[in-house]
Design a protein around this ligand. Structure first.
Ligand code: ADP
Ligand code: MG
Length: 692
């Protein structure tokens, strides 16, 4: 009895410690055995061998033994300890940026030590920074030592123990049947996992560290497969939803619209118009992304889709992310549709309740067949009579929630119960193939891969700020020729007020320098009406030079403007520069985009400017942008803080995405239970996160 009572507090402490540990694991998303077995090493440390210093290789984690032949404490650029270690084959530098007296003793000249760390190329040849120092001539480990992702207060040993328990308890069934493993040349799941957690002595260490080992390939494949399966499931569930098929009653609205355009559609536009028309005639909702580089002519494609919906007796909502862009669309739609007897409505945040009331009424009673606007379209109180199609321009600028809200508007109304409107998303930010195949694979994609005839690619010039005067002279010359010019003001990230001030200053400065030229200023803080007036003055040619902030980034369409100057171009993102440049080169005259930069340029800014100089192809730009920024930021989903893919990389594993896509189809069709188990294992409630 006595011993039992003395045990209790101990047990209580042990429980508390276990709880703390569980909490720390849970912060890493590790709760069940299934979570632990796929918590894989970030990297490995090689303690199986002592390498000759002469075999040191930059980038590898290696272990050496030798004698300290020199110990130096430098004071510049800052105090640090530098030690030269030597063995029979060579010398290597060890460096500590902070150190203790005990270390000076341990690393005194003449001492023998064993050190381990990642070899890097330093100023004076190969070096180890803050290596781990141990006694020499000790026994060696049998296998590579895995290093797991951890958080504060979690020791590697604790993680490893917990993983080992899980590996023993869990059956680790293979979610890929043998036939598919053979087809895609993949090793067995359990063996792969065990190898990664406990690499055998004779493993190809380099392949393991570079994640090219077959065991890693299997894990990466599994991860990509889970993604494909979840996207396929999303697609299948959409197929089960109901929409109204938009079959034209009269059939001539489209024809009439074509007559009003003043140009004929390109072959690429015709093709995507047909793809969309086909989707719209089906009884499940379209979920299509219309991709086309800036200036490829997406708006008219949207108008053709709208014509089909309206002709079928349904309403259409067209939503754009900025007021300026929405306003331009509105004007275009009025120009195209009103002469055909179609009422086009306008909804924006800056309207008064009084201005909005008649539009809301028209939308509700169905009189208004097409509504164009900003986020104001998804506000409460906007009710449709029969919404059949929603179109989102620059869709990546809207959140998932906003896209859904607009779609929900179509579920209101008596007749519409349980039906979902068709959805057309448009984007000028071309999505690299790998991204389209992975994160966006539940969207159908139409691509306009051709620019309207007569366009010549924009010539891009990179000029140092010192050459501003030359640029001013060039502006004069263009204006003499009757052309118009955009001058884009520098981004000031730190402060919006400062940004505005910069724009105002630039405007005054240019107006002064360009005597006799009509200069206008456009920025986000202007009242809507003033913005519209200035845009109109620029469109009509009354204003010759438009000084603007990035409000002109999307959608602005003035074909006569053929020169754009972007100040402090080094501060802009690549996608943004491409969008801005897309504002010129829309007319028949050769267009030029001048990127003014000021030194010093960061490495990444240099890459961006180089990309802009080298290519005008939006897809190429997007690919480079993806490489510079990574998929999370590219997709705008970084806020979740979670890595989108833990193991696979869109850069280096492209062929694997294709295989995973193919495998997902086979698995769903032939082995649905395996497919289910696979998604459970890899996604565990994260499916939503992968969707867009
Ligand atoms: P984006 O794809 O960037 O949204 P827009 O729809 O704004 O491009 O079109 C750019 C310009 O090209 C507009 O002035 C538009 O009227 C014009 N355009 C579109 N299609 C054609 C075409 N097939 N032929 C000539 N001009 C066209
Ligand atoms: Mg557009």
């Amino acid at each position: 009895m006595a011993s039992a009572s003395s045990k209790r507090p101990t047990k209580g402490r042990a429980d508390a410690a276990a709880n703390t540990l569980a909490r720390k694991f849970s912060q890493l998303g590790l709760e069940t055995d299934a979570d632990f077995v796929v918590h894989l090493p970030l990297r490995y440390e090689d303690e199986t061998a002592v390498h000759a210093i002469g075999d040191a290789r930059s980038g590898l984690s290696q272990q050496f033994e030798g004698e300290v032949v020199e110990q130096i404490i430098t004071q510049r650029p800052r105090k640090q300890l530098q030690v030269i270690l030597q063995d029979h084959s060579g010398r290597i530098t060890l460096r500590w940026l902070h150190f203790y007296p005990s270390q000076l003793k341990q690393l005194a000249e003449g001492q023998r030590v064993r050190v381990r760390g990642e070899v890097r190329r330093g100023f004076h040849g190969l070096e180890l920074v803050h290596p781990k120092v141990t006694k020499p001539d000790q026994g060696l480990s049998d296998t590579l030592t895995p290093v797991y992702p951890a958080s504060d207060g979690l020791r590697q040993q604790q993680i490893q123990n917990r993983i080992n328990e899980a590996l023993e308890r869990l059956p680790l069934q293979d979610t890929l049947p043998e036939a598919l493993r053979e087809q895609f040349e993949l090793p067995n799941f359990a063996e792969s996992l065990k190898l990664l957690h406990h690499p055998p002595r004779d493993v190809d260490a380099e392949a393991l560290m570079q994640k090219t080992h077959p065991a890693w390939q299997r894990i990466k494949f599994d991860e990509l497969l889970a993604q494909q399966l979840s996207l396929a499931a999303a697609r299948a569930s959409r197929r089960k939803q109901k929409s109204w098929p938009l079959i034209q009653k009269h059939g001539d609205l489209e024809q009439q619209l074509r007559k009003r355009l003043g140009f004929t559609l390109t072959a690429a536009q015709e093709r995507v118009v047909a793809e969309i028309a086909e989707d719209l005639s089906l009884s499940h909702p379209m979920h299509r992304l219309l991709q086309g580089d800036v200036g490829s002519g997406k708006t008219v494609v949207a108008a053709m889709a709208a014509a089909q919906a309206i002709d079928s007796g349904f309403q259409v909502a067209l939503m754009a992310p900025t007021e300026l862009l929405a306003e331009q669309h509105y004007q275009k739609m009025v120009l195209w549709f009103e002469p055909l007897g179609i009422t086009v409505g306008w909804l924006s945040g800056s309207q008064t309740a009084k201005q909005r009331a008649p539009v809301l009424e028209g939308v509700q009673n169905g009189h208004c067949a097409l509504v164009v606007g900003t986020q104001a379209l998804i506000q409460d109180g906007v009710e449709f009579h029969q919404l059949g199609l929603v179109i989102l321009d620059e869709q990546h600028r809207f959140g998932v929630g906003q896209r859904l809200s607009l779609s929900r508007k179509g579920e209101q109304g008596e007749k519409q119960k349980r039906t979902i409107p068709h959805q057309l998303n448009m984007s000028a930010t071309p999505i690299p193939r790998t991204l389209a195949m992975s994160f966006l694979a539940d969207l159908d994609v139409s691509v306009i891969d051709e620019l309207p005839a007569g366009r010549t690619p924009v010539i891009t010039k990179l000029l140092s700020e010192h050459r501003r005067e030359e640029v001013i002279a060039h502006i004069y010359a263009q204006i003499q020729e009757g052309r118009q010019v955009y001058w884009v003001c520098p981004l000031v990230e730190e402060s919006e007020a400062l940004q505005l001030q910069t724009a105002v200053d630039t405007y005054h400065h240019l107006a002064e320098q360009l005597a006799g030229v009509k200069v206008g200023l456009l920025h986000g803080k202007l009242p809507t009406q003033e913005k519209a007036q200035i845009m109109e003055a620029f469109r009509s040619g009354e204003v010759q030079v438009l000084v603007a902030t990035t409000v002109i980034e999307v959608g602005v369409d003035v074909p006569n403007a053929n020169l754009m100057v972007i100040e402090h171009a080094e501060r802009f993102g690549l996608a943004q520069l491409h969008q801005l440049r897309g504002r010129v080169g829309r007319g028949a005259h050769q267009a030029v985009c001048v990127l003014l930069y000021s030194q010093p340029l960061s490495a990444i800014a240099r890459e961006r400017l180089k990309a802009m100089y080298e290519t005008t192809d939006g897809f190429d730009i997007a690919r480079r942008d993806l490489a510079l920024r990574g998929p999370g930021e590219f997709l705008g989903v970084r806020q979740s803080g979670q890595a989108l893919l833990r193991f696979a990389s869109l850069d280096s594993d492209e062929y694997m995405i294709e295989q995973a896509q193919e495998c997902a189809v086979l698995l769903r069709e032939q082995y649905p239970e395996h497919a289910h188990a696979h998604v459970q294992r890899w996604l565990k409630g994260r499916e939503e996160f992968l969707r867009t």
